[in-house]
Design a protein around this ligand. Sequence first.
Ligand code: CMP
Length: 230
Amino acid sequence: MIDLNVLARVPLFGGLSSEELELVAAKAVRREHDRGAVIFFEHEPGDAMYIIEEGQVRIYRVAEDGREKTLALLSEGDFFGEMALIDDEPRSAIAEATEPCVLLAIHKRDVHSLIQANPSIALSMIQGLSRRLRETNKQLMDAVFLDVRGRVLRLLLDLDRRYGRPCAEGRLIDIRLTHQELANMVGTSRESVTRVLTELQDVGALGYAQRHRMWIDRRSLEEYMEQVGA
Ligand code: CMP
């Protein structure tokens, strides 16, 4: 049985009463995935949407030459896989567990009946989609108007806003991040990302912590941005 306290903390279900949460709990199925497991592939038909109870999921697409573009990194409380259920099109991207994950899966027919019975779920879903569109617009502007250094710097500040917490050196960005992963997010090569991160390390604006984490010192980072005109 799914813990109602877990469901109550999911923003998508924020407006539901405890009776309504019980209905959701009765429909949801808990699934566990190891790190690296693909939850679904692009172009597959979609029969369920997912809520992340624990862990981290990367949403990405692969270009014809094999390069990957990360569209989003999702974490606890986020949902994904709703688009194919709403527009009846195939999956628009790949979803992969980048940390061991506990997911709650809700079948398509149950998603439809929950939305019809609870306008607050529909509203939360639209809010989630709007947030994503804003984020995508921002990424589009950065891709068109910023160079690689500017994009990496902007991304680090964004990741700090989302995942940062205070630590001895400044702010720990508390998600697993490799240079390749940052490159997939900003749409460049791993080597270019490494070059920018080395510059940042040299001015004391960035360093590495355990478990593939990075820390940043916001003030040094912002000073550096001003210096290089980013
Ligand atoms: P669906 O198309 O069913 O499968 C892939 C999922 O990835 C999609 O639903 C969304 O939940 C999610 N997704 C697709 N594009 C983005 C994006 N730009 N930002 C965040 N999530 C996305």
